[in-house]
Design a protein around this ligand. Structure first.
Ligand code: RB5
Length: 143
């Protein structure tokens, strides 16, 4: 299961991502928000972060205006490694080396084609482990 949430700035993008994933038969748990009415992104970031940290969700997706507020908030939850980038190489290596488990997108800064392309990479690239395992464990100890 994939957890997803957004604020008003990411609402449209969240809806498109959700439709795309559900169309592929992937189970999505939607934590809102459910409209373009103004809300506070930390509230929604926390819901997905907790769901991922407790391993109820395999991975999380967060959308706001830039993706940045969501990324900052999600990374405050222990066990969450959230990224925000439009660069496919970085998305790939966030999985291979960093074992990233939340990806953040900007509804005002990123186009749907690139978002879905990067989402596929994020969901389908496995963590390499090995020498990166210890580094991820060290990361997780930084509170
Ligand atoms: C909301 O206007 C905006 O600040 C928010 O969506 C996000 O971009 C914050 O990082």
């Amino acid at each position: 299961m994939i957890a997803i949430a957004c604020d008003h700035g990411g609402y449209q993008l969240k809806e498109e991502i959700k439709k795309y994933l559900e169309g592929k038969g992937i189970e999505v748990k939607d934590f809102g928000t459910d409209s373009t009415a103004s809300v506070d992104y930390p509230v929604y970031a926390k819901k997905v972060a907790e769901c991922v940290a407790t391993k109820q969700a395999e991975k999380g997706i967060l959308c706001c205006g830039t993706g940045l507020g969501m990324m900052l908030c999600a990374n405050k939850t222990e066990g969450v490694r959230a990224i925000c980038t439009n660069d496919s190489y970085s998305v790939k290596f966030s999985r291979l080396h960093n074992n990233a488990n939340v990806i953040c997108f900007g509804g005002r800064t990123m186009g749907i084609e690139a978002v879905l392309y990067n989402l596929e990479i994020f969901l389908n690239t496995e963590f390499e482990g090995g020498r990166h395992q210890k580094r991820v464990e060290l990361y997780d100890k930084i509170l």
